[in-house]
Design a protein around this ligand. Structure first.
Ligand code: FCB
Length: 454
């Protein structure tokens, strides 16, 4: 099983950026060296994380970071996307914690020495617990605290960073964290989701303003996740159901960021669910972006029924990942082409794409054929989108390492590198070897024919 694409594909060009991605809470450990985050508290709450685990040690990247960066280097990738732990780099008064910042400066310097572009995400869900104690993302002040944190860390990092993303997947922070209650801080209230989302989007806009000032030479943007919504049938009721779901879960985030307005759906929300928008907020949210980060894993199918405006329809016979997510690469193409039609987008990075599989280690190797096939299918789907005019400039595999998969704990493995959590031994899986091989022989030979795999 290999990853193959037509040699003439822009995806085979040496200038297309390939990387691997991680996030702080999911891999670092080193919890005693930072303030508690909402994920520490969530993990400590019985019944919240499937295997009862936590992020105290995770992949112990906090201690093993040098060897992990050598591992990244050995894959031959162009870029590494990782996130900064807010509770590691500033104290409760919002002042720099020098030891915490030095940890990331070490990473940034080593990446730059190796010629690997650092893609820094400033918020990947690990809000300091002391801010949650004051209301977290339901409290407007948190957006200003985020702005101030971004100001402090970007000044400390200087010229070391290639790209900054303000937020990772504000949908997950807002909806899963404050409305569905399945992610930290675990609040489940219908009236919370869109209020938290508004403060997250405001935080994004305020942080973009800081980045424009402190770091005008980096590529600055945001990372959004999309689960494209399909109707179960061609009936107008089902099509409307899919549109409403899309407005709640996808368009609610990209539309204000790109155009400064929420979807029309806002008019139909009961006032208790509406966000509290202050004058000027929408202009702050609608900042120019150097790039849009797109995370894609799967699609969702909806129908309308008598009681609900939209109902999720399980795809029982479809191929699924170990998360139970349908494998449907066509939706990746459809999504990108659709976004391209709807919005005037900046260049796109695919900041996450990947699959959980129940991997097994045999004679020191992990033969994860389904994962390699997933990457090949999705890179081909990306190729199809680019042919239709979508400007995609880079792709990051999620994830470098098996890691703490949030409410699923360590049971789900997304890595292209296997982690033995007892010994912390890393083993590059066959998918990682295929990804590395694919990246490294790009541009080696002149295009022969559009069908020749690269
Ligand atoms: C995304 C998250 C990432 C990881 C993948 C599987 O929603 O950004 O941290 O958990 O899903």
């Amino acid at each position: 099983m290999t990853i193959s694409l037509p040699t003439t594909s822009p995806l085979c060009s040496p200038s297309f950026v390939y990387g691997v991605a991680t996030s702080s809470f999911q891999i670092e450990g080193g919890a005693s060296e930072r303030l508690p985050s909402i994920w520490d508290t969530f993990c400590d709450t019985p019944g919240k994380v499937l295997d009862g685990s936590n992020g105290a040690v995770a992949c112990n990247h906090f201690e093993l970071w040098e060897q992990d960066l050598d591992l990244i280097d050995s894959l031959g990738v162009d870029a590494y996307r990782f996130s900064i732990s807010w509770p590691r780099v500033v104290n409760q008064q919002g002042e720099l914690n020098q030891a915490g910042i030095d940890f990331y400066i070490g990473i940034l310097d080593r990446l730059n020495d190796k010629g690997i572009k650092p893609f820094v995400t400033l918020y990947h869900w690990d809000l300091p617990q002391h801010l949650e104690d004051k209301g977290g993302w339901l409290n407007r002040q948190t957006a200003y605290d985020f702005r101030d944190y971004v100001d402090v860390v970007t000044k400390a990092f200087g010229e070391r960073v290639h790209s900054y993303a303000t937020l990772n997947e504000p949908f997950c922070s807002a909806y899963l964290g404050y409305e569905a209650g399945i992610h930290a801080p675990g609040l489940a209230c219908k009236t919370y989701g869109k209020k938290a989302a508004h403060h997250l989007l405001l935080a994004h806009g305020l942080a973009m303003q800081v980045l424009q000032k402190n770091s005008p030479n980096t590529e600055n943007g945001i990372v959004l996740n999309f689960t494209p919504c399909y109707p179960e049938s061609d009936s107008s009721a089902d099509r409307e159901a899919a549109n409403i779901a899309d407005a709640h879960f996808n368009d609610w985030y990209i539309r204000p960021v790109m155009t400064g307005v929420y979807p029309d759906l806002i008019e139909q929300l009961p006032s208790s669910e509406k966000p509290e928008i202050q004058p000027g907020d929408m202009d702050i949210i609608n900042q120019p972006l150097d790039f849009m980060g797109v995370n894609y894993y799967t699609r969702a199918v909806y129908r309308c029924d008598d009681e609900h405006t939209f109902v999720l329809v399980p795809q029982d016979d479809a191929p699924k990942t170990d998360m139970g997510w349908e494998i449907y690469p066509q939706a990746f193409t459809d999504l990108l082409v659709d976004l391209h039609k709807r919005y005037t987008l900046p260049p796109i990075y695919i900041t996450e794409n990947g699959i959980a599989e129940a991997d097994t280690m045999s004679q020191g190797a992990v033969n994860d054929r389904t994962r390699t096939a997933y990457y090949s299918q999705h890179l081909n789907a990306l190729h199809a989108a680019i042919l239709q005019g979508v400007d995609v400039v880079g792709y990051f595999a999620w994830s470098l390492l098996d890691n703490f998969e949030w409410a699923e704990g360590y049971e789900k493995r997304f890595g292209i590198v296997h982690v033995d959590y007892d010994t912390q031994k890393r083993t590059i899986k066959d998918s990682g070897l295929s990804y590395s091989h694919f990246i490294n022989q790009r541009g080696d030979s002149a295009p022969i024919s559009a069908k020749e795999p690269c």
